[in-house]
Ligand binder design. Structure first.
Ligand code: 5RP
Length: 241
């Protein structure tokens, strides 16, 4: 199977999972990236099962709207649905790396801040990945950090204390090639190389304290509850405590 076919098979498994676990008329949180895109496309025929969806990026919102989903802004939820602290039963998203505890690196698609916000509103995080994303220790994939542009240089320097080498993410093609990539929030992304992340929750906490950091692509405080992992032979279902 190609990597794309593996992504498609975990997305299909995630559709089954949410349809079985969520009664009709509830809200679903939807992530960003190529695996999440498969999930959106495969779920589209069942969109009426849901009261609506809440999306973690402009790209996913656009895709969801094109396919006829009702998309709500996170700020609308308290007034339209409930003032529950966790109004979404489930959030489904991919990851760039996931360790045996369910801690993840995310943000390869530059959507980490909104992903963190929507994930924080969900009771359950279902991570959908192909087997190449499973690692023993996080950090081989450069850790994305969203920063206020003014703080780029200061944050880059501060990261050296953790042994990290930060590289500003640039637009790779098109008219704006060579310019810093702008997130949906109008900010920049630093990709931090060289980190061996043995204590993800502690590092997430520490990096969040650097002035100018908007959010860190470590999902350890809010890790995955369930991993659907696509390999050549099966989609494995792994739960985390
Ligand atoms: C976007 C993300 C994605 O979930 C992550 O990059 C995985 O993407 P893909 O499914 O395309 O491999 O965090 O910000």
């Amino acid at each position: 199977m190609t990597q794309d076919e593996l992504k498609q098979s975990v997305a299909q498994a995630a559709c089954k999972e949410v349809l079985e676990r969520m009664p009709a008329g509830q809200l679903l949180g939807v992530g960003t990236g190529s695996t999440a895109n498969w999930f959106i496309d495969l779920l589209a025929p069942q969109r009426q099962h849901f009261a609506g969806v809440v999306s973690s990026s402009l790209a996913s919102t656009e895709r969801l709207l094109k396919l006829g989903f009702t998309v709500y802004d996170a700020n609308q939820l308290p007034e339209l649905f409930s003032s529950e602290l966790l109004p979404l039963p489930i959030y489904v998203d991919g990851a760039d790396e996931i360790n045996p505890q369910g801690h993840m690196i995310k943000g390869g698609g530059a959507a980490l801040t909104r992903e963190k916000i929507i994930a924080s509103m969900a009771k359950q995080f279902i991570c959908i990945c192909d087997a190449s994303k499973q690692v023993a220790v996080l950090g081989q994939f450069p850790l994305p950090i969203e920063v206020i542009p003014l703080a780029e240089s200061a944050v880059t320097k501060a990261l050296q204390a953790w042994g990290g080498r930060a590289v500003l993410r640039m637009i790779k093609s098109g008219k704006a090639a060579g310019q810093p990539l702008l997130t949906d929030n109008g900010a920049w992304i630093l990709d931090v190389h060289g980190l061996q992340i043995t204590n993800p929750a502690q590092l997430e906490n520490e990096l969040n304290q650097i002035a100018g950091v908007i959010s860190v692509g470590l999902f350890a405080q809010r890790k995955a509850d369930l991993l659907l992992l696509g390999s050549e032979t099966q989609v494995e279902r792994i739960t985390f405590n």
